[in-house]
Design a protein around this ligand. Structure first.
Ligand code: G3P
Ligand code: CA
Length: 343
């Protein structure tokens, strides 16, 4: 993935450029059709992946609402970001003694009936403190873990009652882990999507960090809807045998384009501050992907966690959309992203 140092841009949406941060950069904004994807719901305001967070995202006008999906012991797809329950529920209080030897409580060790006994909390860190200071307090409020089926019914209900359709953006979390546990996450999710009436032309992007699973969805499971390959860093160990450094190259992107419709890189793979001089540089990733017809939906845009090269959330969003030319962004604050985009 090459970095290109080019001239400062005034209004253009050309990638491969360098743009000064600060007020000059903010002046380049133009309304755009880039998708605003509510990352785990409006998770900047309400505990992630609760129906309350999804309601807020829908009300704010998010184009798509994200679901991270894992399976319960009895094979039911539920909405959770982690394969473990520790960071976002009170599992250690309710099911003391059910942790694995590594000290963690795995969702797949609990039946749906058991998972439903848990309260969802604002995300915590390893010390049990709030991961994002200033967000919703880390207290129980009776919020519970939704199943995928419940969440899809909830979103469709809001689509009907408001007259505005929000799409869905489910992510298969750790499919290889599920397979090792004797469960087929992809098959279970496809079944729920079909039962909920989400056909091939419905507003759905199905995503995964596991390229092997993306290939399997297309070639073996016959999925004909839109697929997005998430791109992380190799050091994260997201999926066995998947090399993100290679997937980001033109050859890797070609492999992705053979089976998928888009990529979901980190925003730092699109915009970097490699020289640590406070100036954002646009990498070649967006141009390389678009040349192959791939949409680019980077993650995660957080108003309360800005990179050094963006003085404000507005500026970060505009750098990604207007300057780098991405097609959509995952954000914890859909309202602020829409505002930054003039919507
Ligand atoms: O799926 C896009 C983005 O959500 C990927 O990161 O870890 O928040 O699922 P994560
Ligand atoms: Ca996700």
């Amino acid at each position: 993935m090459a970095l290109a140092a080019v001239a400062i841009l005034p209004l253009a949406v050309t990638p491969n450029a360098v743009l000064a941060s600060g007020p000059a950069a903010a002046a380049t904004t133009a309304p755009t059709s880039a998708l605003v994807i509510a990352h785990r719901g409006a998770s900047g305001y309400v505990p992630e992946h609760t129906l309350a967070a999804k309601a807020m995202a829908h009300a704010m006008g998010a184009d798509y609402i994200e679901q991270d999906v894992v399976l319960s012991r009895d094979g039911v797809p539920v909405i959770l970001h982690d394969i473990t329950l520790d960071a976002t529920t009170n599992v250690a209080d309710v099911f003391k003694g059910r942790a694995r030897p590594d000290g963690l409580y795995y969702a797949i060790d609990f039946t749906l009936a058991e998972l439903k006994q848990l309260e969802v909390l604002e995300r915590g860190n390893k010390q049990g403190e709030q991961a994002f200071k200033g967000r919703f307090p880390r207290v129980g409020t009776g919020l519970t873990i939704p199943t995928l089926a419940e969440e899809l019914a909830f979103i469709r209900g809001m689509n009907a009652s408001t007259g505005r359709t929000a799409g869905i953006y489910p992510e298969l979390k750790a499919p290889a882990f599920h397979r090792a546990e004797g469960q087929d996450l992809a098959a279970a999710v496809l079944k729920v999507l079909a039962e909920a009436g989400y056909g091939p032309d419905a507003p759905v992007y199905l995503q995964s960090f596991d390229f092997n699973e993306i290939v399997r969805l297309r070639k073996e499971l016959g999925y004909t809807g839109k697929l997005v390959q998430l791109i992380g860093e190799n050091s994260w160990n997201m999926a066995p045998g998947v090399d993100y450094d290679r997937l980001r190259t033109p050859d890797g992107l070609k492999e992705i384009a053979a089976v998928a419709n888009g990529i979901g890189p980190t925003f730092t793979q699109v915009l970097t501050d490699q020289n640590k001089d406070g100036v954002a540089e646009v990498t070649s990733l967006v141009a390389d992907a678009k040349a192959l017809g791939l949409a680019v939906h980077p993650y995660t845009f957080r108003a309360d966690r800005l990179p050094p090269f963006a003085a404000s959330f507005d500026e970060l969003v505009r750098l990604a959309v207007t300057t780098a030319g991405v097609d959509g962004i995952f954000t914890d604050q859909p309202d602020k992203a829409l505002k930054a985009l003039g919507r």
